[in-house]
Design a protein around this ligand. Sequence first.
Ligand SMILES: Cc1ncc(COP(=O)(O)O)c(C=O)c1O
Length: 397
Amino acid sequence: MTTDTLDSTATATGEELLAWREEFPILAETTYLINNSLGAMPRAVRGDLAAYADAWEQRGVRAWHEGWWESAVEVGDLLAPLLGVAPGNVSMHQNASVAAGLFFSCFDYPAERNRIVYTELNFPSIMYLAENERRRGAEVVVVPSDDGIGVPVERLLAAIDERTRLVPISHTYFKSAYVQDAAAVARRCREVGAILLLDVYQSTGAVPLALEQWGVDAAVGGSVKWLCGGPGAGYLWVDPKLAATLRPALTGWQADEEPFSFRPGPIHYAEGAWRFLTGTPNVPALHACAAGYRIVAGIGPAICQRSYEVGPEFPQPFIAQAESNRDFFCPASRAGHFMFDLKGYVARRLAAADIKNVQVLPCDTCAEDTRFFSYRRACQRGEPDYGRGLSVICLEP
Ligand SMILES: Cc1ncc(COP(=O)(O)O)c(C=O)c1O
């Protein structure tokens, strides 16, 4: 099977892309550029909130056993592909500040490893939490910025050493959109045995994240901005190897492995994301945020299979990866050559990574010469160069 059938409906108007506007009703009347304060509400939220009200009204207490109780972990799983992590380790909280405070509560500060290193461009909540750890014996090191835009990564790395317990820093700075090199910071933290807490609030849904691959220990964020998830839905991801060793001081009965035993005495922490829960979950907010999280990936604009002829040597590395990748090659009119379904291949890779909601844009960058530059087309036509694309947002007067 290939997805070229999808592509054969290609039009020059990009209407599939424009169709996404209908998913955000406010766009019908408004030019909406303020995602950083409150992302536009996805159309599906209304129905999801109605389902919450229906369950409460008609199922009453039974609603706890019909999805509400698990919602702080199950909704967290929807974020896993966006964060670049395996499911099962994202817990939902009221906001990013609470999620970060909960993570801080897992640590203490013995004299030989009592430093917290953060940058002066952190969001205030994370700074306030870090500064308050002085009361519990932490020594705080603030790495300065020269220009208020970024912090040179070498400077940050130099501040992290064997005395460092925690490095709570922003990935994308809220004032400047500067993106810190998280993989480099994670590497340094591993070298010296420090723990990296990455604030990805300004990144998730806006820039690609690969937290596991980068070696990040934990991350926090929220849903108000680029995730279009509304207020009341912050999240905490903790690497499972680290999570198993942590005992959050800020906790509650939902984090116990047998919450309905109502055991007296110390908590027996549950596994995975459950370990980081507290009390009764924030059920209405968890209904409101899920629709935004489900809008995960789009493929394209890209070249379509009918335009993408490849040589005899091209399919082999793909087939060596998986025999089923033969699906993405069909014979070309030139003997020994093939037509490659790039978008289908990418869609299957995303599906294998558990990214289920993928929209394949039907446009063909090679064939549509009034809309897209194409190196392939330029070569086929013997043109000297092929131009460069630029996306611009403009406000009409
Ligand atoms: C980078 C960053 N971190 C944390 C926060 C605070 O989030 P919350 O209000 O969910 O605690 C914000 C809010 O703007 C932010 O931009």
